[in-house]
Design a protein around this ligand. Sequence first.
Ligand SMILES: [Zn+2]
Length: 347
Amino acid sequence: MPKTMRAARFHQHGGREVLRLEQVPLPQPGAGEVRIRVQACALNWLDVGIRRGPKFGAVPLPLTTGVDTCGLIDALGAGVSGWQIGDAVTLYSLVTCGICEFCRAGEVTVCPRHEIIGEHRDGGLADYMLAPARNLIAKPASLSAVETAALPVVSKTAWHMLITVARLQAGETVFIPGAGGGVASMGIQIAKHAGATVIASSSSAEKMAKARALGADHVVNYQEADWVEQVLAATGGRGVDVAQDLVGAATWADSLRTLARNGRMVVCGSHSGTHFDLSIPQMYHRQLSILGANGGSYNELCRVLDLAGKGVLRPVIDRVLPLSQISEGHRILEEHDHFGKVVIKIA
Ligand SMILES: [Zn+2]
């Protein structure tokens, strides 16, 4: 075994210039952990946000991010059973306390003492990483490592938002903005699988065509001033039953305008701003609901990976880069220069 490995990490928060590809000691698995030879790791907005500076509490520095990993188990820590060296795995990224009232109720996404692999401990943007054995999930046999790495965060988040929290039903209409985003591109597919009518938005003819190819029934261009009217027109003026919002303060007003009476806006993400001036009367006059959703559970991830393995959901990959181009990967996300996932291929 090598004694060192490559890791893409940063020692302080800041712009893309703080990202470094460094040689670091090979990590050794502790009790209950495995070491994974990473094959692929997808980027998420989380990687950019944590690099710039954490919004929700400090993170350890230096830090290797990377939440969506696929690889081969290459060492077992003490007490690990049920997994073998060589097994192809992906990860559930939330490490929960297991003993609070929420964990005991199975609502792990609101565990107050949770940690995220790739945020509070080193993640997969390295040749090797450590993970608790209880967070492992077998890679779907029909998918490659790159395809599998493109799935976990965005697919479990979209499922948790639309199916678990917003309770999207067959026959309902859903608005999914920014179709090129990872959660949106999975949300379109999940909503169609649930039997809903999907109205998506995007910013160019090329991305709008890709959204239609994923199954969107109507696609509007949000660069056009009257795009909300176009969404309403696509529903015969009624509005949508569910609107998904991942952007935050900049889009909440428009997302709420797309809703039908009794509509639900389901939210996860606030990178455009964290505070919003809300008209309270519209909430009760039109009987609207705002629903917060956080992440997704291990079981929800198993569900979406199973559907992906069967070809019902397909990973949406914009491009694949080597680890040496981690900074370029961050640029693509920051400039929204993508449709679907940017995946770093490591081995
Ligand atoms: Zn807990």
